[in-house]
Ligand binder design. Structure first.
Ligand code: PRX
Length: 637
């Protein structure tokens, strides 16, 4: 059993040990897993010329830890309880024994389709059990999974497939989402016409919608599974072998493939799952994220299964068929631990209490939030109406790159404080740096959040481009991992995340780069230049506001409305609906300095509806531009 923190004293002891003797600390945690060969060295690292290796020389397979070792004592326990989008459809329950069998079968199916250790397999799927099963099946045979959120467009999918040079793509004919059905296979067909690396595309029949299958490339899932054996020996993996790639947005236009490896990721996700949520053996745990994001990887699949927990997996959306859906599921499945995003809380809050009051919610013990800052109103509402005043809320701060939760209360152990992620978990050494790279000591300070010592689940590289990893995370401040977030450490020493300090937005908990959206907008042939910023949005956290300069000749033949519509469609086409700008303002120029740099600070203010106190604008090339932008701001959508 993993070393568990039960009280403040335990936390203090664990934290101290993790800082004073990090290798000993993590070796003790790692000892509770099944290794085929123990490691030779716990940690080898260099933050200057970035390299990190944990449990070096160790051999293991993460699925033996997620599945096989539970077969002795938890074979008939529910591993995954799946709830479909349509409440009239039946749930699917997989015990550890059944999940083990399905993973082995799917692993054999992948092998039969030519997948080998080290190959990349792309998953573009609805939130169905087969998605979790395939993630584990890849891990079983040492293939590197790359899950792409099923809300991304064909061209976003194509560029991610191509970057990873994936050999096989797993998908479904369609994905039910709320009242809609997303035609996944149609999107896949479009994406695959743009890439050449995919040899096989395996298609799950999720609905009765007909699809076009391409001979020799496309195979129905049920056909591919017909003759496979249900036994599959797990591949021996090195602790540092890549487990998965997950693409995420940064401040440049091209999404990065964040790479996580096997041993350290396993140890850290299991440790944080059990401690942060104070998971106990018979708890029913539900994380509402999608497996297309890191939260789903670490806290729907790996963390809970490593702990032998029952993990609820939900295909639908919070408001379908009505805004009581989450709470109905909580009551029906007697969910004890519930983990969701602030944007979902705000959306449900806006629908009124009548959807909450119909439910008892008395099984809940611990509530969690993730993905974006939670505002005080949403925190209070969650605490009072969902947690009935007695469930601790763990506001968990972390990132795709960190692999697991970094700063968070430990449920019921560390006192919570609305809007604060509170304190670092054992093993995490956060620091706040000023613009010159000085560490800000003491309390009541604000700076850029960095981490000064490695932890087991930190990213190892960005796929195919290690230099990019170094320059993105390890060059801003020498010797530190830079998170991209601003942060305040208050008088109690508690951490409060203030949001990104780079050109990354957080829209409904989805991370999007401004440059990525600008690139898409600029592909419209009437567009000369554009600038995208985030602005505060009551439900989404941040909304997308785009300023666009159009070719005057094009504007003569097309109306502004038509162009705006086409720009929106362009963004949806290049990235997906999640990146659709809330506002598009056609402008005659952008506020640029004499050296040609856009003063985004001004654009952010205008987008937020603040029309004065722009600070020093003396370096602007043409100050009258600002006036004209102000006049045209937020008039029409
Ligand atoms: O800005 C922080 C915000 O989400 C970013 C990471 O996004 P992503 O890699 O998509 O991972 C999200 C799920 C772990 C961070 O840089 N963020 C995440 N959690 C919080 C948060 N901001 C404030 N409070 C949080 N609890």
């Amino acid at each position: 059993m993993l070393s568990k923190i039960h009280n403040l004293e335990d936390y203090a002891v664990a934290y101290r040990k993790s800082v004073n003797e990090p290798e000993k600390f993590w070796a003790t945690v790692a000892d509770s897993f099944v290794w085929r060969k123990k490691w030779d060295q716990v940690l080898d690292h260099d933050f200057e010329d970035y390299k990190v290796e944990w449990f070096k020389g160790g051999k293991l397979n993460i699925t033996e830890n997620c599945l096989d070792r539970h077969l002795l004592s938890r074979a008939d326990k529910t591993a995954i309880h799946w709830v479909p989008n349509n409440p009239k459809e039946a749930d699917r329950v997989l015990t550890y024994r059944q999940l083990h069998e399905e993973v082995c079968k799917t692993a054999n199916m992948l092998k039969a389709q030519g997948v080998k250790k080290g190959d990349r397999v792309c998953l573009y799927m609805p939130m169905v059990p087969e998605l979790a099963i395939s993630v584990l099946a890849c891990a079983r045979i040492g293939a590197i999974h790359s899950v792409i959120f099923a809300g991304f467009s064909a061209s976003a999918l194509a560029s991610r497939i191509e970057d990873a040079e994936a050999k096989v793509l797993l998908t479904a004919n369609a994905a039910p989402r709320g009242a809609k059905i997303v035609p996944l296979k149609e999107i896949v067909n479009d994406a695959l016409s743009q890439v050449s690396c995919i040899e096989k595309c395996i298609v799950l029949k999720r609905t009765d919608d007909p699809v076009e299958m391409k001979a020799n490339r496309d195979v129905w899932w049920h056909d591919a599974m017909l003759t496979v054996s249900n036994e599959c020996e797990a591949e021996t993996m090195d602790s540092e072998d890549p487990l998965f790639i997950l693409y995420t947005s940064g401040s440049t236009g091209k999404p990065k493939g964040v790479v996580h490896t096997t041993g350290g990721y396993m140890v850290y996700t299991a440790y944080t799952f059990q401690n942060v949520f104070q998971y106990e053996e018979n708890d029913v745990y539900w994380c509402t994220a999608d497996i297309g994001w890191i939260t789903g990887h670490s806290y729907i699949v790996y963390g809970p299964l490593l702990a032998g927990a029952t993990s609820v997996m939900f295909e639908g959306v919070p408001t379908y068929p009505d805004a009581g859906r989450f709470w109905r599921i909580v009551d029906r499945l007697k969910v004890n631990i519930f983990y969701t995003a602030p944007t979902a809380i705000r959306a449900l809050m806006a629908q009124g209490l009548e959807y909450v009051e119909l439910y008892k919610l008395d099984s809940l013990k611990v509530l969690g939030t993730v993905g974006e800052p939670i505002n005080r109103e949403a925190w209070e509402w969650y605490h009072q109406h969902i947690g009935k005043g007695h469930c601790p809320i763990v506001d968990t701060w972390w990132q795709t790159e960190t692999g697991g939760i970094m700063i968070s209360p430990i449920a019921g152990v560390l006192p919570t404080k609305p809007t604060y992620a509170t304190l670092p978990l054992p093993g995490i050494q956060p620091v706040l740096l000023d613009a010159d790279g000085n560490e800000l000591e003491g309390k009541g300070v604000e700076g850029n959040l960095c981490v000064k010592y490695p932890w087991p689940s930190m990213l190892r590289t960005t796929w195919g481009d290690h230099e990019r990893c170094k320059s993105t995370y390890f060059s801003t401040y020498k010797g530190y991992y830079f998170t991209g977030d601003g942060c305040r450490r208050d008088e109690d020493g508690y951490y409060r995340i203030l949001g990104r300090v780079d050109d990354v937005m957080n829209v409904s908990g989805h991370r999007l780069g401004t440059a990525e959206i600008e690139n898409a907008i600029n592909m419209h042939d009437a567009v000369v230049e554009s600038a995208v910023v985030g602005y505060p949005h009551p439900i989404k956290g941040q909304g997308i506001y785009s300023y666009v300069i159009c070719d005057p000749e094009k504007l003569e033949v097309t109306t502004m409305e038509e162009i705006k519509q086409e720009i929106s469609e362009m963004v949806i086409d290049k990235i997906g609906k999640i990146a659709k700008p809330e506002w598009i303002q056609i402008v005659r120029g952008l506020p640029k300095t004499r050296s040609g740099k856009i003063m985004r600070r001004i654009l952010r203010k205008i987008a937020a509806g603040e029309f004065d106190n722009f600070g020093d604008t003396s370096t602007l090339l043409d100050p009258s531009i600002v006036e004209s932008i102000k006049e045209g701001a937020r008039r029409e959508k």
